[in-house]
Ligand binder design. Structure first.
Ligand code: SF4
Ligand code: SF4
Length: 181
């Protein structure tokens, strides 16, 4: 496969500075609503703040890849004396929990770094985090060219995993027939 130069965007998290205000969830859901800023629903955000008040844990986690199966691991992490629970650092939309799923359809959500045209200088959650928890960085890397699944393909894949290929195809045929009629 061909090598290409690619801009890699990352957001580092300085979790000790997070106070759990959830402004990042709010702005992410508003920015990704259709039309933009027409609604606010943190359940639709592509960032989720893990909160354990009694343990003083506030941990923003970005939605990553869709995972069709539950994991078998149940690891715990102790960092600076704080114990983080099993799934805290996981970025997947998976069958085990409700994070990173569109609430109405159950389709997986994924952080897209606020890709837009024209591009934003800084992703929205980074702009709105007043505590400097989220630090945006860009760098160039030489990477293998990859075939990227878009949101529609990822959504279809998750529906097929959930309901089976035939059920999804039957529904698509039925919908397409009713649109033509
Ligand atoms: S906006 Fe910043 S401080 Fe507030 S919850 Fe998100 S990461 Fe934490
Ligand atoms: S970078 Fe954009 S899409 Fe990703 S969590 Fe932040 S606001 Fe949401």
């Amino acid at each position: 496969m061909a090598k290409i130069r690619k801009k890699i965007k990352t957001i580092k998290v300085d979790a000790d500075k997070c106070n759990g205000c959830r402004a990042c969830e709010i702005i992410c859901s508003a920015y990704h609503s259709t039309p933009k800023y027409s609604s606010v629903n943190p359940a639709r955000a592509r960032i989720h703040v893990i909160s354990h008040r009694l343990k003083n844990i506030w941990l923003p986690v970005f939605a990553g890849e869709y995972a069709p199966a539950e994991c078998l691991g149940r690891d715990k992490y102790v960092i600076d004396g704080k114990e983080y629970e099993e799934c805290s650092f996981c970025r997947a939309s998976c069958p085990s929990r409700d994070f990173f799923k569109e609430p109405d359809s159950g389709l997986p959500l994924k952080c897209d770094m606020c890709e837009s045209d024209p591009p934003l200088s800084t992703p929205m959650c980074v702009q709105k985090c007043l505590n400097d928890v989220l630090i945006y960085e860009e760098r160039e890397e030489e990477v293998e060219e990859e075939v990227k699944l878009d949101d529609v393909e990822i959504g279809l894949e998750s529906m097929i995993d959930k309901y089976g290929f035939q059920a999804v195809m039957d529904t698509v045929s039925r919908m397409s027939a009713s649109k033509k009629g």
